[in-house]
Design a protein around this ligand. Structure first.
Ligand code: SF4
Length: 287
């Protein structure tokens, strides 16, 4: 049996940059309170490891301004505070609020998300009615909603769409299934589509499509909350028989069909090292 690790194996560039930078910040500022405003990445194992540092704190919630307000209320010395804003993006009003309160912060919004935000801004300037195709409870969608408010329409189903003759501009969450994005084109009569799926997700989805009708087993290592990991898993599952989702914090091996080759995918928020540990644990049952 040969194990085929599908490349890129491990974190995507956006998550890798955020995690590596955060490790440096933790070393550089041992006396600061480092507050993660929402998950740095969709990987509970990574977050748990980060929280082993006594000066790192984690806050989850939709209203990021409120979270920061509460932290400020509880802190006498604001110079001790350091805020970390995640790869999924943060509303500029929240950043403004941090600056007004003269606190230190690092914004790790991924370049692909910044690119998509600029596309939306330009389309609004050109007087388009802008639509964002994204999962309602996902942090990236939350960032887009908070940033643009009523100027933008967020949709996930056909029924969420307004029907009028205004010129429309459609973008999507960076981790969307490309095939779904093609399908939603049918929901619009007259619209400009800008595919804003990130390079990492597109590459992985393409590789998943190339494995159509494989007789081999396929593993996806991903947290159940990672959108790109779940998109990949569902895509593979539609076209193949033996597809398995393994969490990065796998404790017990699961039953996997033994085949000549086993393909292994990782989501963007699982590191190479974490994936190798999962495989080591899993392989004991395959030997
Ligand atoms: S999955 Fe794509 S958009 Fe999200 S952080 Fe990684 S590279 Fe950026």
């Amino acid at each position: 049996m040969v194990l085929k690790k599908v490349k890129p194996f491990g974190y995507c560039k956006g998550v890798n940059f955020a995690i590596q930078s955060l490790h440096k910040i933790i070393k550089q500022f041992p006396n600061k309170q480092i507050h993660l405003i929402n998950l740095i990445t969709h990987n509970r194992k990574t977050n748990k490891e980060l929280l082993k540092n006594k000066n790192v704190f984690f806050h989850e919630g939709k209203d990021r301004k409120k979270i920061i307000e509460n932290i400020l209320k509880k802190t006498k010395n604001r110079k001790k505070l350091l805020f970390i804003l995640p790869a999924h993006g943060t509303d500029p009003q929240v950043i403004k609020f941090i600056k007004e309160n003269k606190c230190q912060y690092y914004d790790f919004t991924c370049g692909y998300i910044k690119f998509m935000i600029n596309k939306i801004k330009n389309a609004l300037v050109e007087n388009y009615e802008v639509y964002f195709y994204g999962k309602n409870n996902h942090p990236e969608t939350q960032c887009i909603k908070d940033t643009f408010g009523k100027k933008l329409n967020v949709f996930w189903q056909k029924k969420d769409l307004k029907s009028n003759n205004h010129k429309k501009f459609v973008v999507c969450q960076t981790t969307t299934n490309y095939q779904d994005f093609l399908q939603i084109k049918k929901w619009f009569v007259n619209a400009v589509f800008e595919d804003t799926i990130c390079g990492f997700c597109k590459q992985k989805q393409k590789q998943a499509c190339n494995l159509k009708n494989s007789k081999n087993s396929i593993i996806v290592i991903s947290d159940a909350k990672s959108n790109n990991g779940i998109v990949l898993f569902k895509l593979l599952k539609t076209n193949n028989k033996y597809v398995y989702l393994l969490p990065p914090n796998l404790t017990k091996p699961i039953k996997i069909k033994k085949t000549n080759k086993i393909y292994v995918f990782t989501s963007s928020s699982v590191s190479k090292q974490q994936a190798n540990i999962v495989l080591e644990k899993q392989f004991k049952s395959l030997a």
